[in-house]
Design a protein around this ligand. Structure first.
Ligand code: 1PZ
Length: 215
């Protein structure tokens, strides 16, 4: 279900949105994918303004996707699969170097897709963490294993500084608003396999079409 604005924030609903991405024939719905990111951005904003340079970029990319969806070719942007087919068939993607299509759907979604891998790794660490573990450490480890390789030094530096401003594990769990730590762990256990599946389907599709390095 897509969250309504007036509802109190709950991370469970956000993660449910990612689960609802999957169609019966294992395609990834862009509306729900983007709604999931919107929810995550809202969550991140509630953690403090040091994250605003991250949310600005995420919001920008979300908006690019929403614009495609609302545009005259919107129906081609219903799923990641239909988007890839459409943009490749029409030659709307800069594959090897930046040129006429600096904001293609394929390129823009790839950035969010890479960030989804960070999310998966981070949530898995959170799920298996104990009271003594630090969110900042879990977050930076997940980042170094995923997104960091695609970011220049200056962004890695800024991200590292932002991670230090993350609240500790108890507060972080509270802001998630899912319930007791046990309930958080259970919720993450339910949500992660589906987030993983969304990630993997997209990864396989991009890999098949050699789209994993769009500049
Ligand atoms: C809860 C803590 C939040 C940690 C978030 C971890 C991700 C750190 C990402 C740092 C991104 C810095 C800002 C801009 C980066 C852009 O240069 C890149 C590449 O885009 P391009 O320049 O090629 O157009 N953008 C990205 O990699 C997408 C980043 C999206 C991050 C979304 C985070 C949502 C966090 C949810 C929190 C639960």
């Amino acid at each position: 279900a897509v969250m309504s604005e007036d509802q109190k924030f709950c991370l469970r609903e956000v993660l449910d949105t990612f689960q609802s991405c999957l169609t019966e024939n294992k395609e990834v719905r862009i509306d729900q994918y983007v709604a999931g990111w919107r929810g995550l951005v809202r969550f991140m904003n509630s953690l403090g303004s040091v994250f605003s340079f991250i949310s600005k970029d995420a919001v920008n990319k979300i908006q690019i996707m929403v614009n495609y969806r609302n545009g005259e070719n919107g129906e081609h942007y219903a799923t990641v699969q239909s988007m890839v087919k459409y943009e490749l068939d029409k030659g709307l993607v800069d594959i090897t170097k930046r040129g006429s299509f600096p904001e293609s759907g394929c390129r823009t979604l790839l950035r969010l897709h890479r960030a989804l891998r960070w999310l998966e790794l981070f949530l898995e660490r959170l799920r298996t963490s104990t009271e003594v573990d630090k969110t900042s450490v879990m977050c930076s480890e997940a980042y170094n294993e995923s997104l960091a390789q695609f970011h220049p030094w200056i962004i890695r530096k800024a991200a590292g500084m932002a991670f230090c401003a993350l609240p500790g594990r108890p507060t972080f769990f509270e802001v998630m608003n899912v319930g007791t730590p046990e309930q958080v762990v259970a919720m993450l256990g339910d949500a992660l396999p589906l987030i993983s599946e969304v990630y993997q389907l997209t990864q396989d599709l991009y890999s098949q079409h050699n789209l994993l390095d769009i500049p």
